[in-house]
Design a protein around this ligand. Structure first.
Ligand code: COA
Length: 319
């Protein structure tokens, strides 16, 4: 498998830390020093479906394909206004695709899960051209009265088109049972036969525990993928990590003894955009010329579940 196009789309509203401190007991200094976030984009008058369609169309244009040439659409999404039909079906309508569509929820690890699934479909010759699109609005899971979570997230959609090729060299995904550290429960409709109430719980996070799990999973995931490919950490050009906290990225970088320029980041202006964070950064690096033909790239993510994923590939665009 190889990536042949990327695209992304952001909401227009930029929300700074100062804007949050107007209605939350927080400060720019606290958010900046604990997370690295300065501002984030938040959906106001857009909707997520349209951002997902725009990101997908840009990725198709970049790949030189039309929607009708896709064999499969896999969308990573945790929440959006529609529970059904899937957001991937809504995207298909927006890009004139007529292929099978499925949504996948692996929380913030979604892009790694999508790529792993796409690679399996391509290897099995069940599909050739696959659109992977990550569309997330985590700002709709938080309580905006809870400073522990509301300051961390931003919204975005980002996509990649993949096809047959031999650029992908290794992929590992995993999940272990730790739902209590990070979860969101949404209200369901009342039913006359249900004898208990499910009113929903806004996003809950045990920040310190998630921090430890994230650092350990990321470092271990990268070491495993290096072992799978027989490469050393020094031979990788770019480590694109889930953008959840600058301190997590820095801790992993230090443990791997790598220089800062190999760990790109956009968390300062995007916040944590859940599964969209890795493909969003990938798209930005592709479009600003940071990724060069032949570069070795590691993607590494983690999220609620607790899910983790890592993959390694050669960048084969911009030859
Ligand atoms: N502004 C000001 N104070 C805040 C705050 C905010 N936005 N959010 C929390 N606090 C307070 C807490 O109430 C707590 O106060 P207390 O000590 O009086 O109870 C205190 O800050 C906690 O501070 P600290 O221990 O320094 O926090 P931290 O270093 O653990 O940082 C996180 C908090 C959330 C930034 C950090 O734990 C983290 O990033 N964890 C991982 C999150 C993550 O990756 N999530 C995404 C998973 S996909």
């Amino acid at each position: 498998m190889k990536i042949i196009g990327t695209g992304s789309s952001l909401p227009s509203l930029s929300v700074t830390n100062e804007m949050l401190s107007v209605f939350l007991d927080t400060s720019d200094e606290w958010i900046r020093s604990r997370t690295g976030i300065l501002e984030r984009r938040i959906i106001s008058d857009e909707n997520l479906k349209d951002l997902a369609i725009e990101a997908s169309q840009k990725a198709l244009d970049d790949a030189g394909l039309t929607g009708s040439e896709l064999d499969y659409i896999i969308c990573s999404n945790v929440v959006n206004y529609y529970v059904t039909p899937s957001i991937s079906c809504l995207v298909a309508g927006g890009i004139q695709a007529a292929c099978p569509c499925v949504d996948l929820n692996a929380a913030c690890t979604g892009f790694l899960y999508c790529l792993d699934m796409a690679a399996a479909y391509i290897a099995a010759k069940k599909a050739k051209n696959i659109l992977v699109v990550c569309a997330e609005e985590p700002t709709r899971m938080c309580s905006w009265k809870d400073r522990n979570t509301a300051v961390l997230f931003g919204d975005a959609a980002a996509a990649a088109v993949v096809t047959e090729g031999d650029a992908f060299r290794a992929s590992r995904i995993s999940a272990f049972h730790r739902p209590e550290v990070l979860y969101y429960q949404r209200p369901l409709e009342d039913c006359p036969f249900v004898k208990y109430q499910q009113r929903g719980v806004p996003l809950y996070m045990n920040g310190k525990e998630v921090f430890k799990l994230a650092v350990n999973a990321s470092t271990q995931g990268i070491e495993n993928i290096l072992a799978d490919t027989g490469l050393t950490a020094d031979q990788v050009d770019h480590y694109i990590l889930h953008q959840a906290n600058m301190r997590i990225i820095e801790t992993v970088r230090t443990q791997l003894r790598q220089p800062p320029h190999k760990f790109p980041h956009n968390i300062e202006s995007r916040g944590n955009t859940s599964s969209a964070s890795i493909p969003l950064l990938l798209d930005e690096m592709h479009r600003n010329g940071t990724l060069q033909y032949g570069d070795t790239v590691v993607l590494c993510g983690f999220g609620a579940g607790f899910t983790t994923g890592t993959c390694l590939f050669t960048w084969t665009m911009n030859e």
